[in-house]
Design a protein around this ligand. Structure first.
Ligand code: MN
Length: 316
């Protein structure tokens, strides 16, 4: 699958719209003027003047048009990032990443006292981007739990993904051994991405995009001695809004967290509370009272200050 990008001025855009009018589809992505499907090529023209040609005949189709100085193609766009002297922007996503075939990864549950940490990696190919949009994939912060569950159930049947659940017992053992939460995140993101790459082989993503939780050099330092990919790997905060693959990963991770959280509530015999506010202190105190302090390790992240607060509630 190849692609080409042209920069067109308004008169040329109008000319293209006329030329492709027979092939224009009803579906127009955000910011686009029109999308047309011809034999072997999908053409998407954006209001910005960018025109994207995707498909086997992309190069031939693009060559029909007298373009203004062409925008950099995906394969060479990385050079744009080299300007940063500290090197950190080497890992900033290229400007046209949103239209690429990408593995995205994200984690959920790191700030919740109760429940596991879940990490998912998901693959969104260029061909699947429109479909993902139709399934309702977007930044999960704009979705409620019911919507997340519904979309996730569709997603896991539709795209390749890999999901890891770090249950509380194991989390607490790792934490007690001196591992920071940042290192746990790095290990799990990397493991999810690596597993997904194996699952997808021989197909390869054009880029890997990690929802940034640490500076790239620290992320890679955590992975020393392990197998990981540095090539075409990018980091961005709020990456859910940068590529649908991260939004999809986030939805799958959230869905898994919700399921595990429900199981824990069932085990506790009452509905647990998310987050790390004072309500969770009371819930933890209730568990200690019922099952003993030893039981906590399979429900909570013990190193949170909430553990001591819960104990203090019982000592009053
Ligand atoms: Mn995140």
């Amino acid at each position: 699958m190849s692609n080409a990008v042209l920069k067109a001025n308004p008169p040329l855009l109008e000319k293209m719209k006329q030329h492709y009018k027979e092939s224009i589809t009803g579906q127009v992505p955000a910011g686009a003027l029109f999308t047309a499907k011809t034999n072997g090529c999908t053409i998407t023209a954006y209001k910005s003047g960018k025109v994207l040609f995707q498909g086997a005949r992309a190069e031939q189709e693009a060559a029909k048009w007298p373009a203004e100085p062409a925008a950099p193609k995906t394969s060479s766009s990385k050079s744009i990032n080299k300007k940063d002297s500290k090197g950190s922007s080497l890992f900033s996503p290229p400007p046209d990443i949103s239209a690429m075939s990408v593995i995205g990864s994200d984690e959920v549950g790191t700030g919740d006292f109760f429940g596991p940490m879940t990490v998912a990696a998901a693959y969104a190919s260029r061909e699947n981007l429109l479909l993902l949009k139709e399934l309702g994939v977007k930044d999960s912060k704009n979705l409620n739990d019911a919507q997340i569950i519904k979309i996730a159930k569709d997603l896991i049947k539709t795209i390749p993904y890999s999901l890891l659940i770090l249950h509380n017992e194991k989390y607490n053992i790792m934490q007690a051994s001196g591992m920071t939460q940042g290192k746990m995140k790095a290990l799990l993101h990397n493991q999810a991405i690596t597993k997904l790459q194996e699952k997808m082989a021989p197909e390869k993503p054009e880029a890997i995009l990690i929802d940034q939780f640490a500076a790239p050099d620290i992320y890679f330092k955590h992975l020393r001695g392990r197998i990981f990919t540095k090539e075409n790997t990018y980091f961005s905060t709020k990456a859910e809004g940068v590529h649908l693959a991260v939004a999809a990963a986030s939805i799958i991770a959230r869905y898994s967290f919700l399921k595990e959280f429900d199981k824990l509530s069932e085990k506790a015999g009452f509905t647990l509370t998310k987050g790390a506010g004072s309500k969770v202190d009371e819930a933890a105190a209730r568990i200690i009272k019922k099952e003993g302090v030893q039981a906590l390790k399979s429900y909570v992240k013990l190193h949170f200050a909430n553990t001591e607060k819960a104990k203090a509630l019982l000592n009053r």
